[in-house]
Write a protein that binds this ligand. Structure first.
Ligand code: ZN
Length: 434
């Protein structure tokens, strides 16, 4: 991070803690005052705003869940009079009604400021031309990228998603230098650029991508195809304004998050207690400045871990790892909590494998067994050769070392596992549920 940072504040750990404490006190008092929902929740625990004296008091506060957003539909968590609300955004709920969140003008301004920090972290300048290829409208994506870009002062090219021909035309004619999209959209564009041999006509240097699961291999592939110097994974969700809650820096060692805007706790999704520093757990968010829909200990269901220590880039904002999956997908195997994303992370380290996998759990004579099926990349080795066994053993050993469970690994030919455009079913659990 340069000394000329305009948007990312330079804060010490102590300064961040002080801002978090004052923001926490403010949020609890504001929610108690403005929201019947929060007031009832806090009262159930016998809590009043004055009970928050220290940052550690956060653990006394009740959790808020996606269920609470559904119950309060259509304007859940609303903590200001309606005349102060200037906008809503919604996200698709995976089940049932969509989540709708409200914004005051100050919330919109705060969000724009947070997002401007993201462009700064990604090394952009006001001379950059930013092609925004994400959804506009009810979704937060388009609005967030756009607001942030304008606040930052670069030139926004608001194309929206899809429309491959227009994307390519804008990329070449307007010479976009930064692409904002999902990873799969970047991949699609990269393939088209190669197919039409347009690489020499592009001025792209960087991309910012997020909003969906991606693999390291996918990322390398689109970086190569589009001739990028860097790509940056951005974080965020509608509940905490939208995208822009954090982003990677050029060191690419995790996502810096704006700890002066929200508190991030990592908890064990079963015991609901904080995990040890650096351990994997569920991300829980408490907003520090949100007016219209403040969050108090909101359970995101996203699994990640905090990265201890200072980033080589010098920015004092703390970091978390990229999202490793959903806590709803957790498996308990021989007393160990496992997330499918952890298996995916192990597989990524093996160049001979593609990113498909399947986990099958069974119980034989009262003992749980795990089979992990993986696929070779096309063109790798010959089937049935001894190297498949060696590869299987190496992967099983890695799983044992990283996730601390024993498994049997089966190496399959490319294309053997079932695929789906929707969410692929990665886990088959045939154990008795009693
Ligand atoms: Zn950094």
């Amino acid at each position: 991070m340069s000394d000329t940072a305009r948007f990312i504040p330079s804060l010490s750990a102590d300064e961040i803690s002080a801002l978090q404490l004052s923001g926490l006190k403010w949020t609890v008092a504001h929610a108690f005052e403005g929201s019947p929902f929060y007031r009832a929740r806090l009262a159930e625990k016998g809590l009043a705003p004055g009970d928050i004296k220290d940052l550690s008091d956060i653990t006394k506060l009740p959790f808020t869940t996606a269920q609470d957003l559904q119950t309060g539909y259509p304007l859940p968590l609303l903590s200001v009079p309606e005349e102060r609300v200037v906008r809503i955004h919604g996200s698709s709920g995976t089940t049932g009604k969509r989540k709708i969140l409200t914004y005051t003008q100050k919330d919109i301004d705060d969000w724009a400021g947070m997002f401007a920090r993201c462009y700064e972290m990604a090394g952009l300048t006001v001379l950059d031309r930013v092609q925004i290829c994400v959804g506009y409208g009810l979704w937060t994506a388009g609005a967030g990228f756009q607001l942030g870009c304008e606040r930052f002062g670069a030139m926004a090219l608001p194309v929206g998603p899809g429309m491959l021909d227009i994307q390519l035309q804008m990329l070449t004619d307007l010479g976009a230098t930064c692409l904002c999209s999902t990873a799969s959209m970047a991949l699609l564009l990269g393939e088209e650029v190669e197919k039409q041999n347009l690489r020499g006509k592009l001025k792209l240097k960087r991309s910012i991508f997020g909003a969906e699961a991606h693999t390291r291999k996918m990322r390398q592939r689109f970086e190569e195809a589009l001739g990028l110097e860097h790509s940056f994974d951005i974080s965020g969700m509608t509940e905490i304004y939208g995208p822009g809650a954090g982003i990677e820096c050029e060191a690419h060692e995790g996502i810096h998050y704006w700890a002066d805007m929200y508190i991030l706790e990592i908890i064990d999704p079963v015991t609901l207690l904080p995990v040890a520093p650096g351990e994997l757990g569920e991300m829980v968010i408490t907003s520090l400045k949100k007016e219209a829909s403040p969050l108090i200990r909101y359970r995101t269901r996203d699994m990640t871990r905090l990265i201890p220590g200072l980033c080589p880039c010098g920015c004092g904002m703390p970091r978390h790892e990229r999202i490793q999956g959903r806590s709803d997908d957790m498996i308990i195997f021989r007393g160990v909590n496992i997330y499918p994303g952890q298996v995916a992370a192990v597989l990524e380290k093996h160049a001979e494998l593609n990113s498909e996998y399947q986990i099958e759990l069974s119980r034989v004579d009262g003992l749980d067994h795990m089979v992990v099926r993986v696929e070779k990349r096309p063109g790798v080795a010959v089937s049935g050769c001894a190297c498949d066994d060696a590869l299987a053993t190496a992967v099983a050993e890695d799983i044992r070392n990283q996730i601390l469970v024993r498994s049997k690994v089966e190496v399959l030919e490319p294309g053997s596992l079932p695929r789906s455009f929707a969410k692929t079913k990665r886990v088959i659990d045939s154990r008795d549920k009693d």
